[in-house]
Design a binder for this molecule. Structure first.
Ligand code: GUN
Ligand code: FE
Length: 371
């Protein structure tokens, strides 16, 4: 099968996976998430965690990922280098954040933010792996004043870079953004006005967009990372994916670890189906996603959402070979169904990125990747 694509995941939050899910977003960030991310000022933590994150992601069949690291430049370089060494295809972002976060975990100035972000872009381009790409990563409007958003928008245009952030995830978050930016027509218009919405932009969540915002995203060809598990865990809401698709918005799936507790895109797919059932029960006009549609979101839809569908997402001639080799019993059609609903890393016999085997197992043993 085509490799799985995680369009939104925080590599630095893996230590919290399965923990700390008792608070809504804004409180959860302050109490649990910022302190964990802050520990990446220690490069030993970064090397240890990021190496295990990559092994875990690859073992679960995620051949492409869009990562948030932390606000630290050195640790974010470690993530990019680890991705290159392990052979995953990935977008890697140094998180930009200057306000509404702890004194001891934020960028010190706009000048530092832009200088370090530019240095990271150049570092990534010099890694000599076409599989690793930089992505400009303003955390969300709550943590970025307008001049910071604009400066990052300018960098995106200078380097023709990918951009990622969070948008309309929860109602309290949206209210906070309204208070911070009273002049802005909407949360989405704020990102648009600062140059952050391009066809290489991925916005996570988008649970609560109004119709005008939705049209703006579609027109700008922005991709949406649908993160159903996180949206349930952090009490954010049920995203209506059918509505996004009907407006012509590109949609992929995100695990959003550690808002989501599972790094498996298969799990995100199942959660997306369940959330879609809930939405369909409330909106009879919006029929629920099918398993085939959810599988599309997990593969080609994800590739489109992160603007890498020229290289990956399916087995079309001319694309690179990103694949998972899956072992299940049963007949062919049942095989696919059962794997998509009940399979996990134990069924992944081998995982390939750009034709190179990056993870494999025989019996209970994980084999070393090919050179
Ligand atoms: N919004 C801003 N930062 C975050 C984060 O780390 N996780 C989630 N789910 N939403 C965010
Ligand atoms: Fe997130």
């Amino acid at each position: 099968m085509p490799g799985l694509i995680d369009t939104h995941v925080h590599a630095s939050q893996f230590p919290n996976n399965g923990l700390c899910l008792d608070l809504p977003l804004l409180e959860w960030l302050q109490k649990y998430t910022f302190p964990t991310e802050r520990s990446f000022s220690d490069l030993k933590v970064a090397r240890d965690v990021y190496s295990r994150v990559l092994d875990r992601m690859l073992r679960n069949g995620t051949t492409t990922a869009s990562y948030f690291a932390t606000a630290h430049l050195p640790a974010t370089k470690v993530l990019a280098a680890t991705v290159a060494a392990k052979g995953q295809r990935a977008l890697v972002g140094k998180v930009n954040m200057m306000m509404n976060c702890p004194e001891n975990y934020r960028e010190a100035s706009l000048e530092e933010c832009l200088r370090e972000t530019e240095e990271f872009i150049i570092y990534t381009k010099n890694l000599q792996s076409s599989l690793v790409m930089p992505i400009i990563t303003p955390r969300f409007a709550v943590s970025c004043p307008e001049d910071q958003l604009r400066g990052l928008g300018d960098l995106a245009s200078k380097y023709k870079c990918h951009v990622q952030s969070h948008l309309c995830e929860s109602m309290p978050e949206i209210e906070f953004v309204k208070k911070l930016f009273p002049e802005s027509r909407s949360y989405t218009h704020l990102y648009h006005a600062t140059g952050l919405l391009t066809e290489k932009t991925i916005m996570a969540h988008c649970v609560w967009l109004d119709d005008e915002e939705l049209r703006l995203l579609a027109k700008a060809q922005v991709g949406v990372a649908h993160c159903p598990s996180s949206n349930l865990n952090l009490f954010s809401g049920h995203c209506n994916v059918r509505r996004l698709l009907q407006h012509g918005v590109k949609v992929g799936l995100g695990t959003d670890c550690s808002g989501g507790y599972s790094p498996s895109v298969l799990d995100a797919m199942r959660r997306a189906l369940q959330v879609s059932s809930c939405v369909a029960m409330d909106h009879p006009a919006h029929h629920a996603l099918t398993l085939a549609e959810a599988f599309h979101l997990a593969t080609l839809g994800g590739a489109q959402a992160v603007s890498l569908d020229d290289r990956t997402g399916n087995f079309e001639a001319g694309k690179e070979f990103d694949a998972i080799l899956v072992d299940v019993d049963d007949t062919m059609e049942d095989k696919i169904h059962k794997f998509l609903y009940n399979g996990d890393d134990r069924n992944m016999v081998a995982v390939y990125v750009a034709g190179r085997r990056v993870s494999a197992r025989r019996g209970g043993d994980i084999l070393a990747p090919e050179g």
